[in-house]
Ligand binder design. Structure first.
Ligand code: ZN
Length: 330
């Protein structure tokens, strides 16, 4: 059974209550930042719904046919819908298959039928419209579990038909304790900051040696500020590598800029997201103009929001880096 993380107790109680009171909603929307365990929580709930002999606390028994089939990922009444590749859309063909499947009778009468859609906001307009039909004409004992980091991108007609499971960022001490238990040592706090407070993401960052990678990106960025380095080659390198998500790199860049602003206003190092880079950021703060920095900051966020569109990523990164190097020359 999927692990229940210490910060998910409240969410789990809400889900348990649905099962115990036999008021299982037709559709749930699990929302929250990446790296907090939304998928694991939704799978745990799915297994409980598919279990033929759930325990009194609504957890799955782990031994019945339903549990075995779920663990083997061959449960006929469970369906996972996701894009073929990360970052791509969920096409309408997948939703049509879902509609066909839901029109058939479930294989097991004793339990529910469960569908997980992840990330739900990657449905395109046609898919979302088709999916709306599933919500408007519910099939009995069927639970649709939608997972989204950006629920605002889902049509309001879908959102309004889902019960919300708000997977909030855990309190820092709770996340820190968990990270220490996982063997993430001295850098836990910095990693947690980089992961915007999401513990699972912070742990993954530790495993991927993300602090060293981030340093490499930062050095490349600093070189451009000094009028050195090959901008086009750097943009290509950033765009092509697959060990770091481009969205994460842009998030880091936004945090570097925001720290430069903090340095300029002599804020305490404790308030910085990148205290380990303070000296270099302080030096930039002393020579860059704030007004232009704010504009660049907006530019970084705009680029980040456009990553999942059809726009050419290479070109977007080039333009962003050009504006960064120009900012440094003025
Ligand atoms: Zn079971």
């Amino acid at each position: 059974m999927s692990e229940l993380y210490p910060w998910q107790q409240g969410n789990w109680r809400q889900l348990q209550a649905y099962i115990q009171q036999q008021r299982v909603p037709q559709a749930l929307l699990f929302s929250g930042l990446a790296g907090q365990g939304k998928r694991q929580l939704s799978e745990r709930y799915a297994q409980s719904l598919l279990c033929q002999a759930p325990l009194a606390d609504a957890s799955a028994c782990g031994t019945c046919v339903g549990c075995h089939l779920f663990a083997a990922q061959t449960h006929p009444d469970f369906l996972l819908i996701e894009p073929d590749e990360a970052g791509k859309v969920i096409g309408i063909d997948k939703i049509r298959q879902l509609i066909v499947k839901l029109a058939l009778k479930p294989q097991y009468d004793a339990a529910y039928r469960v569908v997980i859609i992840q990330p739900a906001d990657s449905m395109n307009t046609a898919s979302a419209n088709a999916f709306l039909k599933c919500l408007e004409e519910p099939t009995e004992r069927t639970c649709l579990l939608l997972i989204s980091e950006q629920p605002g991108r889902l049509p309001a007609t879908i959102r309004s038909r889902c019960q919300k499971i708000d997977c909030a960022t855990p309190a820092k001490p709770l996340a820190m304790t968990w990270l220490q238990q996982q063997g993430v040592g001295d850098s836990a706090e910095l990693l947690l900051n980089l992961a915007q407070g999401a513990p699972l993401l912070a742990k993954r960052y530790a495993e991927q040696n993300m602090l060293a990678l981030r340093q490499q990106y930062f050095q490349g960025w600093l070189q451009l500020a000094d009028g050195k380095g090959n901008l086009l080659a750097l943009a290509e390198q950033w765009q092509k590598q697959d060990s770091v998500d481009l969205a994460a790199v842009l998030q880091w860049m936004a945090s570097w800029v925001s720290d430069i602003v903090k340095c300029a206003s002599h804020a305490d190092a404790k308030l910085m997201a990148n205290p380990d880079m303070k000296n270099a950021l302080q030096a930039l703060a002393e020579r860059l103009e704030l007004k232009r920095l704010y504009r660049f900051y907006d530019n970084v966020l705009l680029t980040k929001s456009q990553l999942n569109t059809q726009l050419n990523k290479q070109l977007m990164i080039e333009q962003l880096l050009i504006s960064w190097s120009q900012l440094n020359r003025q």
